[in-house]
Ligand binder design. Sequence first.
Ligand SMILES: C[C@](O)(CO)[C@H](O)COP(=O)(O)OP(=O)(O)OC[C@H]1O[C@@H](n2ccc(N)nc2=O)[C@H](O)[C@@H]1O
Ligand SMILES: Nc1ncnc2c1ncn2[C@@H]1O[C@H](COP(=O)(O)OP(=O)(O)OP(=O)(O)O)[C@@H](O)[C@H]1O
Length: 289
Amino acid sequence: MGNILIKKTPAKINLTLDVTGKLENGYHTLSMIMQSIDVCDELSFEKTADETILFSMNKELPDKIPAEKNLVYKAAKLMKDTFKIDGGFKIHLTKNIPAAAGLAGGSSDCAATLIGINELCGLGLDIEKLCEIGVKLGADVPFCIRKGTMLAEGIGEILTPLTPLTGIPVLLIKPNISISTPYVYKHLKLNELDYHPDNKAVISYIKDKNIKKIAASLSNVLETVTIPENPIIAELKRYLTEIGAIGSLMSGSGPTTFGIFKNMETAKKAYEKAKADYPDFDVVLCRTM
Ligand SMILES: C[C@](O)(CO)[C@H](O)COP(=O)(O)OP(=O)(O)OC[C@H]1O[C@@H](n2ccc(N)nc2=O)[C@H](O)[C@@H]1O
Ligand SMILES: Nc1ncnc2c1ncn2[C@@H]1O[C@H](COP(=O)(O)OP(=O)(O)OP(=O)(O)O)[C@@H](O)[C@H]1O
């Protein structure tokens, strides 16, 4: 019944990720530069008369979680309960973003659900309110609501927009290993970190659109946990620079590793080569957006 609303939900990469402290609830305070990329899931929303939330996907997630644990379902249920919405929803998710990858796929679907239901039901909530609801479901959700190029602080929810960095070719390689985000944060030795990203410098390079300097300054302290346990990430970082990337890094808590390229021509050649060299991994060519 009624209109079908379609929303595209972009993934993110972290150009930098620094951990600045640990809170009593176990969460960490961060200072990181996040960037949306044009790898998107797609969600369709429809209002229904009965009280149920009917959620379906084009394919199962690798960890085969039940529908009620999906962030899309959780977001729809939270909106329905908080705003006492009459009736239910039929929601379908077409998954393209590799899951459990460090690309905020789940957070991005969650963000699009909050935005979609706000629009479908004419709730009139502003972005601040949606972010306030979103952070209850995941620390990356507020960024996924705002999108673009941002400095994220707090647990990820304090966002400062930076000069938009659009159209830069990015090659993603996700090895077929799973890494748990809670595990990575839990095993981070905060007092033993011997490097930190220079966010101030990177912000000025972003302002100048100096891609070469941005690429040379990519830095993520969570690599200190993931790389010793998964040397494939270090191998992929090296590999990406060997095939033409001007900089490479692990995104988020991993395991996706990405390379930044000066132009699409070099990136396309690298994409073809990486697909042949790593046939069992997800290899995705995209652009910053
Ligand atoms: C690694 C990043 O993707 C970088 O953008 C995010 O920090 C993770 O964000 P997320 O997956 O949305 O995180 P959540 O779903 O809220 O939290 C998953 C787990 O990660 C840890 N966590 C997350 C965010 C944060 N600032 N500190 C943490 O310690 C907590 O153990 C938490 O239980
Ligand atoms: N719609 C969804 N898409 C993907 N994963 C989901 C979704 N809903 C819930 N999840 C759960 O979230 C877990 C993390 O998946 P996600 O793809 O968001 O990871 P991620 O890319 O590492 O995220 P982040 O970068 O925010 O840490 C999955 O293992 C899955 O159980």
